[in-house]
Design a protein. Structure first.
Length: 110
């Protein structure tokens, strides 16, 4: 085995370690449901009754079950569960988004 081979092997091992450690994030942990300025844990089932909307958080999914708005677009948007998903009810002025609550990592990443 030549000296150069050992260097290559060490570099490969280091790269492998970096690839294992750096992207280590649990994608579905610490997600929060943000409804306007309020935040709720997505993993805790609950019903949020607003003046215009009824929002369910159930089995880590969020959906609108009742809406007073004329178009009902918010109800038709179905269930959301992933970071970055959103439901907007424009007539009611309600925006529901799923955000990462753990740290500022995703704010930097966009
Ligand atoms: Zn609506």
């Amino acid at each position: 085995m030549k000296k150069g081979d050992i260097v290559v092997i060490i570099i490969i091992i280091m790269l492998a370690l970096i690839l294992i450690i750096v992207p280590y994030r649990k994608p579905n942990d610490n997600l929060l449901v943000r409804i306007n300025s309020d935040e709720y844990d997505i993993h805790t089932d609950r019903v949020i009754e607003l003046e215009t909307l009824t929002i369910h958080i159930e089995s880590s999914e969020v959906f609108v079950t009742h809406a007073n708005c004329p178009d009902k677009v918010c109800m038709q948007m179905g269930k959301i569960k992933n970071h970055g998903d959103f439901i907007a009810c424009i007539p009611s002025g309600v925006v529901i988004t799923i955000v990462n609550g753990s740290n500022s990592y995703d704010k930097i990443a966009g």
